[in-house]
Design a protein around this ligand. Structure first.
Ligand code: FAD
Ligand code: NAP
Length: 527
């Protein structure tokens, strides 16, 4: 019997194990992969890198760590982020507490003994007072069930399960299905190598230039001189990052056309997500949003030489409704003679054949197919575990009509089970490391509180959870997020109930969590 089982060894699991050890708790981490890193262990596709600047997309909990670690690029590539997480694991001596290459298959609450029985695919069971699901919001890869999928004679790879030895694409005819963040990062890099590249696009995405490059040492020095200040300022931003580039104004519609264009242009040239932080109403006012969307469509028209291709690449949904993408040469790639775009809104993807992909307009001969088709986000990793709460309640049944949590941290009927960046919390709408640190600190504080108070269990009360779900839906309804078919809504997974899962706005959320905690964990039953 241990105090805590932590499932996952990404940013969340590593920090949770560290905090549990600081509290003197007996902790076991369980990770399906053979090493630490989570997202950055699995996603090794060409071009994979972060889209929140590395000076901000990194842990803040240890001053020495953030001072000593040197990022080499503005947006570090996957190998560098993985090196960073390996370094963190060694620096804080976390590895000995993990079982790698082991998948948690089931977790069952034993009400009488107030403990969880956690089963793994290694055939063993770990008993624990608490379970922390640090299983990741984007860790459950989705491969669409396209007819003929298994008949393909060449190689197929999902971006989120990319082979560690790499894939030699030189001289190959490559097809990429999907144009979300992963596809958009991979396509220009694959285009460099492949003999022919065919991109199968279902919905065009908005992408702005990352303007990645070597990290300016002067900038890094300036940030490190006031790191705590920057981290604190970021926690006051809705997205948990970007405080170095404040908004120009409250409303895009109050600016003149010239002012607005100049603002968008400056942000386009700067590169990065702060493009959508120019005006605070871009996510709440469709009219304001349309001005930014139109600006990006015009840019696509300027970059892409063939007007027909440019038109197919131009998105029509509101900008930011699906997560904005950052790229390095994405639209430019379509000017290369060996890169072709297939618009699946005009042409149906009928089947995968032994030699490639057949569409309603013809056959594309391929040697390699890349699935950049995304993830069963936010709930996928949890629903792959047989989680049984009180009276055998199955988490999948409890969430059949969409995930229901209290604060994105706990679920009624599942005592002593915590979710890091769970649905109903800002999670994927933020710099994830900010949300992860916030949740892990809260969970550690909660366990310490229970132990000090001599309590054995904590559980979300049903009425508090209901009110919270209503609150999350209410906040989302004020935004443009519910207006398109995004993975935030589960719309990319056939049969998944469509509910907007994350909660927009980190600062208000963090304030609410602090108030609830200070008020004796209001809305929770402590027994
Ligand atoms: P993960 O890193 O996903 O780790 C979860 C771990 O749990 C995985 O290793 C998985 O194997 C393990 N696991 C799951 N189920 C089980 C089980 N049943 N048994 C055992 N182990 C299990 N966010 C940002 O804020 N900025 C970015 O720039 C950014 N870039 C991204 C780029 C890519 C390609 C992707 C896919 C996501 C990106 N994200 C980004 C989101 C990213 O997922 C988070 O930033 C962060 O890495 C999540 O950390 P985590 O520890 O919560 O989850
Ligand atoms: P995604 O955003 O869900 O994109 C998946 C793409 O595949 C979409 O274009 C989707 O089209 C398409 N698709 C899915 N099923 C399909 C089918 N059956 N036929 C044809 N097309 C299909 O997934 P992702 O690109 O992996 O990104 C997921 C999230 O991970 C991102 O939003 C981001 O949060 C994170 N991420 C970040 C970075 C980064 O830049 N740091 C990189 C990768 C991922 P539809 O849009 O029509 O569904």
């Amino acid at each position: 019997m241990v105090d805590v089982v932590v499932v996952g060894a990404g940013f969340a699991g590593l920090y949770m194990v560290h905090r549990a050890r600081e509290l003197g708790l007996d902790v076991v981490g369980i990770e399906a992969a053979d090493g630490v890193g989570g997202t950055w262990w699995w996603n090794r596709y060409p071009g994979a890198r972060c889209d929140v600047e590395s000076l901000e997309y990194s842990y803040s909990f240890d001053e020495d760590l953030q001072q000593e670690w040197e990022w080499t690029e503005r947006y570090a590539g996957q190998p560098e982020i993985l090196r960073y997480l390996d370094h963190v694991a060694d620096r804080f001596d976390l590895r000995p507490h993990f079982r790698f290459g082991t998948r948690v298959t089931a977790a069952t609450w034993d009400e009488g003994r107030a403990r969880w029985w956690v089963e793994t695919d290694a055939g063993d069971t770990v008993k624990a007072r608490f379970v922390v699901m640090a299983t990741g919001c984007l860790s459950s890869a989705m491969e669409p069930a396209i007819p003929g999928r298994d008949s393909f004679a060449g190689a197929t790879h999902h971006t989120g399960r990319w082979p560690h030895e790499g894939v030699d694409l030189a001289g190959r005819r490559v097809g990429v299905i999907g144009t979300g963040s992963s596809g958009i990062q991979a396509i220009p890099v694959i285009a460099e190598e492949a003999a022919e590249l065919t991109v199968f696009q279902r919905t065009p995405a908005y992408s702005v230039p990352a303007r990645n490059g070597p990290l300016d040492p002067v900038e890094a020095k300036e940030v490190k001189a006031r790191y705590a200040e920057l981290r604190a300022a970021n926690r006051l931003r809705a997205t948990g990052f970007g405080s170095r580039v404040p908004p120009a104004g409250a409303s895009a519609l109050q600016a003149t056309d010239e002012e607005r264009r100049a603002e968008y242009e400056a942000r386009w040239q700067r590169g990065g997500f702060t493009f959508l932080a120019g005006y605070t109403d871009l996510f709440t006012d469709p009219g304001a949003n349309a001005t930014a969307a139109e600006f990006v469509r015009e840019k696509i028209g300027e970059v892409v030489a063939d007007p027909e291709v440019a038109a197919r690449l131009a998105p029509t949904q509101m900008i930011g409704c699906k997560r904005l993408c950052l790229d390095t040469g994405y639209y430019e790639a379509f000017n290369r003679p060996h890169v072709r775009l297939v618009d699946l809104r005009e042409t149906l993807l009928e089947a995968i054949t032994p030699d490639g992909i057949r569409t309603s307009a013809g056959h594309h001969d391929l040697d390699v197919i890349v699935f950049a088709t995304g993830f069963d986000a936010m709930t996928g990793a949890l629903s792959r575990i047989d989680v049984r709460g009180r009276d055998g309640l199955d988490l999948r049944d409890a969430w059949a009509a969409g995930p229901r949590t209290y604060l994105g941290l706990a679920v009624h009927g599942f005592p002593n089970l915590f979710t890091v960046t769970g649905p109903g919390s800002p999670s994927v709408l933020t710099n994830m490391v900010v949300s992860i640190e916030h949740h892990v600190d809260w969970i550690a504080g909660c366990i310490a509180h229970l132990d000090q108070a001599g309590r054995t269990a904590i559980e979300a009360r049903p009425e508090a959870q209901e009110r919270w779900v209503e609150h999350v839906n209410g906040v989302a309804a004020f935004t443009i997020f519910p207006t398109c078919s995004s993975w935030y809504l589960g719309a990319n997974v056939p049969g998944k109930t469509r509910v907007f899962m994350p909660l927009p706005g980190f600062p208000a959320y963090a304030e609410t969590v602090a108030e609830i905690t200070a008020d004796g964990y209001r809305g929770f039953a402590l027994t």
